[in-house]
Design a protein around this ligand. Structure first.
Ligand SMILES: [Zn+2]
Length: 305
C-alpha cells in the first residue's frame, strides 16, 4: 500500500514539477485564456479569487452546456503548501498550463486552492482532466500541499470549504457525493489526497456552511455553538451550551466533561476538535434538558427546568 502511495505521489510530483519557480514576471489582471490555447489544450482562466469573489464569479457562470454531477478532491503533493508563496501564483498557473498543453491534454483540474486564494485553472464550464474515470462528470479541485505531512488547517482549509460550498450550491449537488481522487477505480494515485484530508469532515464543514445549524436554548438563539453533524448526530460546543443552560464546566479530560449546577454533578462524553470540546446534543438530556432536533429547519431546541 505504501508502494502504491509512493507511485501515486510520484505521478503527482511529475505533474507539479512543471509548476517550479520561474523568473518571468507575473501578468496581473490579464486573462490567460487565449495565451495557452494551442493544440488541443483549451486554455486556462488563471485568475485568483477570495471566497466571496469566487462565489460571485461562480454565480455568474453559464452551466447550460455542461454541468458536473459531483466534485473530486485532490492534493498537489508538490508543491508543498509551505512552498506555494515562493513564486507568484500567476507563474505557477502559467507553468502548469504549459505542462498540460505539452501533454496534448484538453484541460487540467479546475481549481488550485492555497492559503492565499482560490485559483481557477481550467474553466468551470467544461470538463477538466484530473481523474480518469470521473473527468466527464466532475469538477476537479486540487488543494495545494501534501496532507500526509502538512496540516490541513487555517486559510487553505477555510478556502477549500468555502470553494466547495460555492460549487455544490451553484450546481445543486449534494455535498455527500464528494469524492476523493483515490476513490477513482481507474487511478494510480492511491495516496491522493493525503490522509489529513478526511472526506467526512470536509462534507460536514461544507454542509455547516451551506446550511448552518441554529441552536435555541429556552427559545433564544445561542451564538458560537459550533453546531455540526457527525454522521446523523448533532454535535454542539460544550461550554457555549452548558453555560446557556446554567451549568458550569468543572473539568474536561479523558473523553469526558464534568459539569455542575448547585449540588448536582454530571459527566458527559466529550470529543475534542481543535481547541474546543463538543458533546452530542442528545447527551444533554443527562442534564435533565429536553432536546428537539428539527432536521428540516436544521434547528436544535433545548430547554431545561
Ligand atoms: Zn489527485
Amino acid at each position: 500500500m505504501g508502494r502504491y502511495r509512493y507511485i501515486g505521489a510520484l505521478i503527482c510530483v511529475l505533474l507539479l514539477a512543471l509548476a517550479l519557480p520561474s523568473l518571468s514576471a507575473p501578468h496581473r489582471g490579464s486573462t490567460m485564456s487565449t495565451k495557452y490555447a494551442r493544440g488541443r489544450f483549451g486554455g486556462i482562466v488563471g485568475e485568483r479569487f477570495t471566497p466571496p469573489e469566487f462565489a460571485r464569479y461562480v454565480d455568474g457562470l453559464n452551466l447550460s452546456k455542461w454541468q458536473p454531477d459531483f466534485v473530486v478532491l485532490h492534493n498537489t503533493w508538490l508543491p508543498h503548501l509551505s512552498a506555494w508563496g515562493t513564486v507568484t501564483g500567476e507563474t505557477r498557473m502559467r507553468n502548469l498550463a504549459r505542462y498540460y498543453a505539452s501533454k496534448g491534454w484538453r484541460a487540467g483540474p479546475h481549481l488550485f486552492i492555497a492559503d492565499d486564494f482560490i485559483w481557477i485553472f481550467s474553466p468551470l464550464t467544461a470538463p477538466g482532466t484530473h481523474s480518469p474515470s470521473f473527468n466527464s462528470q466532475s469538477w476537479g479541485v486540487e488543494v495545494v500541499g501534501d496532507y500526509d505531512v502538512e496540516s490541513f488547517s487555517g486559510g487553505v482549509r477555510s478556502n477549500t470549504i468555502a470553494a466547495l460550498a460555492t460549487l455544490h450550491n451553484r450546481a445543486g449537488i449534494d455535498p455527500a457525493s464528494l469524492k476523493l481522487h483515490r476513490d477513482d477505480p481507474g487511478t494510480s494515485h492511491h495516496g491522493c489526497p493525503g490522509r489529513g484530508i478526511v472526506r467526512a469532515e470536509v462534507i460536514a464543514e461544507v454542509m455547516a456552511l451551506l446550511h448552518p445549524i441554529t441552536v435555541m436554548v429556552h427559545g433564544r438563539a445561542v451564538p458560537h455553538t459550533g453546531a455540526h453533524m457527525d454522521g446523523d448526530r448533532v454535535m454542539v460546543a460544550l461550554r457555549a451550551v452548558a453555560t446557556a443552560l446554567g451549568w458550569a464546566v468543572y473539568r474536561v479530560g479523558d473523553g469526558k466533561a464534568t459539569l455542575g449546577r448547585g449540588m448536582a454533578e454530571r459527566a458527559l462524553p466529550v470529543t475534542i476538535q481543535g481547541s474546543s470540546g463538543y458533546v452530542r446534543a442528545a447527551d444533554l438530556r443527562q442534564l435533565g434538558a429536553t432536546v428537539d432536533w428539527d432536521g428540516h429547519k436544521r434547528q436544535l431546541s433545548i430547554s431545561a427546568p
